[in-house]
Design a protein around this ligand. Structure first.
Ligand code: SAM
Length: 203
């Protein structure tokens, strides 16, 4: 609520209009967690960069050094408001446009491919992830299997399409609910258009 009356709201509204499918409240939460959580940021599925830019603003304004790694497979998408003929190219362009290119390490690949997972592990060797953002397909469980051991105790987790009309919402929701029942995820709340927010509990 406080951020709604601050200058960052206008900045993130601009980011949202140009480059995000996420609700402004979710961009504000990503900004907040990136700013306040201890540890690096790992994102899967930035599309053309809205969520990534929100995280980069937060990290920059935290006054501490945190890495941001964002994994995007690329391709094209006919989105009604922000379509892209070349997702990875538009992602790079938007990071430049909002002045955060140097703050983000982009990986162009599938989150679960060996080259991607080993690349992430190399970059994050000896470090902890304090914010994990998943806005890719319907298989968050697969990517938590790949990266869960890199997440800190109480790492903030943002998972889009937990509810809502998207086809992927049903299987994704089942996975999240199962992880909650198993005690691996602790729910905090639901924001925007159906984004799940909570925390990670290591085994
Ligand atoms: C819903 S969009 C992300 C929207 C973005 N977070 C925002 O702020 O608007 C999903 C993106 O995830 C990417 N994607 C889907 N599955 C992926 C995977 N396994 N690894 C990497 N990227 C993936 C798609 O190419 C697409 O750009």
């Amino acid at each position: 609520m406080e951020y709604r009356h601050q200058e960052v709201r206008h900045r993130l509204e601009k980011v949202g209009r140009a480059a995000s499918m996420l609700h402004l409240d979710v961009l504000l939460l990503i900004y907040h967690f990136a700013r306040n959580a201890k540890g690096d940021v790992l994102e899967i599925g930035p599309y053309i960069g809205g969520s990534t830019i929100a995280a980069a603003f937060g990290v920059r304004e935290s006054g501490t050094h945190k890495k941001i790694i964002s994994i995007e497979i690329g391709g094209r998408l006919k989105h009604f408001r922000i379509p892209s003929k070349n997702i990875f190219k538009d992602l790079k362009r938007n990071l430049g446009r909002f002045g955060v290119t140097e703050d983000v390490t982009l990986i162009n690949g599938r989150s679960f491919d060996e080259t991607t997972t080993s690349g992430v592990r190399q970059i994050l060797a000896g470090r902890d992830v304090g914010l994990f953002i998943f806005d890719a397909d319907s298989d968050v469980g697969r990517d938590l299997d790949c990266y869960g051991d890199l997440l800190s105790n109480d790492c903030w987790v943002v998972i889009d399409d937990y509810c809502g009309p998207a086809m992927k919402a049903t299987p994704l929701r089942a996975q999240v609910d199962e992880l909650v029942s198993a005690g691996r995820l602790v729910p905090f709340g639901y924001y925007g258009w159906g984004t799940w927010v909570g925390q990670w509990q290591p085994k």
